[in-house]
Design a protein. Sequence first.
Length: 610
Amino acid sequence: MIHKMKPLSDEDSQILFHRRIFQSEEKCPEDLQAVSREILKKCGGVPLAIITIASLLVSNQRIKQKEEWMHVHSSMGRGVTEGGIAKDMKRILSLSYYDLPPHLKPCLLYLSIFPEDLEIKRDWLIWKWLAEGFIQCDKEETRLFEIGESYFNELMNRSLIQPAEINLDGTVVTCRIHDMVLDLICSLSNEENFVSILDNVQWHAPNLQRKFRRLSLHNIKAKVQNHQFDSTSLSKVRTFAVFSPVTCDWLPSLSSFQFLRVLDLGNCGSHTSSSGISLKYVGNLIHLRYLGLRNADVDELPTDIGKLQLLQTLDITNTFIKELPSSVVQLRNLICLCVNFTVRLPKGMGSLMSLEVLERVGLSSSPHIVEELRHLTEVMTLSINCDNMDEDLIDILIKSLGNLHELQNLRIHSGGGLMDRMCESWVPPPNLRCFDSWGFLSSSWFLRLPKWVNSSSLPHLSTLKIDVEELQGEDIQIIGMLPALRFLRLRASCVMGRLVVRADAFPSARCCKFYGFLTWPCLFPPGAMPRVQQFEFQVSASSIASGEVDCGMGHLPSLEHVEVCLQRENSSDEEMETAKAWLRRAAEAHPKCPTIQIYVLLCVKHIIFV
């Protein structure tokens, strides 16, 4: 069945419009009320039109003057008419495009390389913008990636791109493009020969003879031979991206590209659907800045990859590559390097002093990197695996980490003996925003909460994932006083003393997860956790059934989702059912009626979802 969407009513249209611009439907100034009604008439109750025009009128965090509102109104023509909604919407959306400052227009048009409905990873989009030269900065002390983040946020604030996946700490991970916005930018890209898209329908089209600037392959099903690509048509290509399962016999030879800046083969499907991608000529792509091979069927990089002196991003995650060639250490402009924990890195990695992102490095497979890390002083994001690392290297690693003053995100997998040494010896950098430690074995846990976990040492920390063997009674309150903390995952084996939490704890938190020890909502008094939307905790079934523990949640005003690990111990079946009923009743009684999931913990390693 086809469900016909009704347009918004005049009242709902006005609420949506004014909330986007003024944050409240009552705050529209009198001198703008008449023109806002006229604009809304032309929007015809179509939410995308309303949001797009509202975002245009409040761009750059500034509400435009009445004269500009009048100009927008007159530029909308007849507005959205029943017979030509698509055409009218395209005209309305084009107003937002032409209102963009010059530096944002190519960034938006570049989004046309992606297929419809694809969730686009924010960070990789920004790295591509950087490789294309869209991001410029006059100040040496400002990082280009951070400027790219501001570009992304501005396009999102203008409602030209939509957030898709958002981390529990509030960070946008992926984004989408509305179909009508994608249709507009594809049309503009085609007119300006900015991006050319080839799919199975267009494959035999005569435009294969044109000179492409950026080429994106979508949904190619037919087997096509290399000679169908005219080498001159590829000579000027700056971006070549594939969004289709590939076989190497129809990919154009890399020798055809002379000015390629972005080569993205990381969306070719699974290893089984891609077959032996050849990187034979990649060393000749001297203008290359972005090489994306994530998930591709590649088992080695060419030995002459060091010739790519302009390369900024290299991603070989989830490939079959076992080691990097020694010439990688010559890539002095490399900013982002993502590998696998099992990949062996060559000696001399300390010379890559432009690195800002270094992900998934296995220290046992590349022990020399422990010493060389101290030279990578620009690194902001670092993830390492310490499993089976030599104990003699731990002190060296702590000294190397102490030299990374720009570090913002640190993820440690299987820390082993590192954690106890870090507890006392490591001083976190002042701008640390994420600390994530994870390991199956208790040997990878901190014995106690590190002394550096406090509000003065970590004023900007927004994500904390930490495992502690012995939790002290005041530790949750200490964590709760971190002013910027939005996401917490705290796991502990036991609690020493009585847990104490004050009403001023967790002022900014959005998600809190407590594992391995008993806690409950009433442990957090009214005033604590005012913004927490997701709350996960472990509680004894018998304590709820007997009335010993109050499972009420009404004092946590922002709750949207609750997960409870219900500990059975010696509880009877009747007590278990009573506890479940009380928990569900508490969720139903909450003003926001949060969803609730209950798990039954039979023993430490046996959890049943109910």
